[in-house]
Design a protein around this ligand. Structure first.
Ligand SMILES: C[S@@+](CC[C@H](N)C(=O)[O-])C[C@H]1O[C@@H](n2cnc3c(N)ncnc32)[C@H](O)[C@@H]1O
Length: 179
């Protein structure tokens, strides 16, 4: 929690996003640490937030209808009833890149392409430049390429050495972005 006051001195802290990463070392004497924080900050009050690009498709639990019987803010499809909902600061639908997934590398703290894609899509436009000073296995590079944003990045030699042994097969397509 010490990070928030430091960020607040230099940036506008807008939210704290919690990512439930679906994996953590279990403990017999404590709750398993299964969450990571993403501090969402902007330089000023004018900033990009493409909310429509990162809306989530959710199954409808309470299917309200208009008086004429048509669905209210949701769609009826052959596979069920869905609505597009505003993204929240809880990400519980994205796992770490497990070993069996094509994007997996040997990097010990590799982030999922879907998580990085969500952040890049929300906060940048195709002509923008994304800066990642801790590139690690190259997740942001893969995402930037697939979303057609330019990337400036750096990382320690140690993390580059732990990066992918073969070119990464990723190239995540985010569902509602049209990209
Ligand atoms: C949490 S990992 C980033 C993981 C990356 N997002 C990915 O998906 O692979 C942070 C990375 O930054 C590197 N790193 C740590 N301190 C650094 C520094 N001072 N300068 C450059 N890179 C650094 C680490 O070696 C590590 O690979």
């Amino acid at each position: 929690m010490l990070i928030a006051p430091v960020l607040d001195r230099h940036l506008h802290v807008r939210n704290r996003i919690t990512w439930e990463r679906e994996k953590g070392r279990g403990s017999k004497a404590n709750w398993k640490n299964n969450a990571e924080d993403i501090w969402y900050c902007t330089l000023g009050n004018e900033y990009t937030f493409n909310v429509d690009a990162v809306k989530l498709k959710r199954r409808v639990l309470a299917p309200y209808r208009h008086d004429d019987g048509t669905p209210k803010d949701w769609d009826e499809t052959e596979t069920g009833s869905y609505r597009l909902t505003y993204p929240s600061n809880l990400c519980s639908d994205i796992t770490i890149p497990f070993w069996s997934m094509p994007e997996n590398t040997d990097h010990p703290t590799q982030k999922p392409e879907k998580l990085i894609a969500r952040l890049v899509l929300a906060s940048s436009n195709p002509q923008d430049v994304v800066f990642d000073p801790f590139l690690g296995s190259g997740t942001t590079a893969v995402v930037a390429k697939s979303l057609a944003v330019a990337l400036v990045a750096s990382s320690s030699m140690r993390s580059i050495a732990a990066g992918p042994k073969a070119p990464r097969k990723g190239g995540y397509r985010y569902p509602h972005s049209g990209l």
